[in-house]
Design a protein around this ligand. Sequence first.
Ligand SMILES: [Ca+2]
Length: 199
Amino acid sequence: MRRSIGIALVIALLAAACGGGGGSGGPGDGGSNLVNDSNGEEGQEGYVGHGGATVSLDSNTSSVGSASVKVEIPDAAGAGVQVWQPDGLTQTPVTAGGEYQFSADVKGDAGKSVRMEILWHRADGTFLVTTLGEIFSLPTDDFKGFTLAAEAPDEAAQAVPQIVTDAAPGASFTLWIDNVSFRETSAAPGSSVTPPATP
Ligand SMILES: [Ca+2]
């Protein structure tokens, strides 16, 4: 418990530090992090390998804290890591019309092409549509922050953010992900705004 409070505080401080402009900022971080914000420090709960990828905790590499989530990705299109609630079975609730932002620090052991995506689903779990981010090459020296922002489409009630290959990469490779957040930055018109977490 003490530890998660400490981590939440660090995130709040980082958000405050980024708020002054520069950086990849955008309109602000808005509401609290809706997904596992353990940053791979205590486990990889909620991080699910997709398309044959396997997920583990790596305490030798990190952008925040001392560990990150290591994703070993096979030579396959659409393979990578999905971010679910910590049980690994529950999607993250969203409100149609709200603005959402998925951000993460990412690194690879090869400059392979990947992309951030958000899979939107209805309340009954049926699939609606995918928001596709820009394809980018993984940085191999240091972690770099990437962000995908999108409005939750009509009927959307839950979402799964993911980072996956756009095409078969030609060889298996490793991706590390840390400092992950998925938050509502602006509520749908007519609904109440999620207040930022108070320190
Ligand atoms: Ca970490």
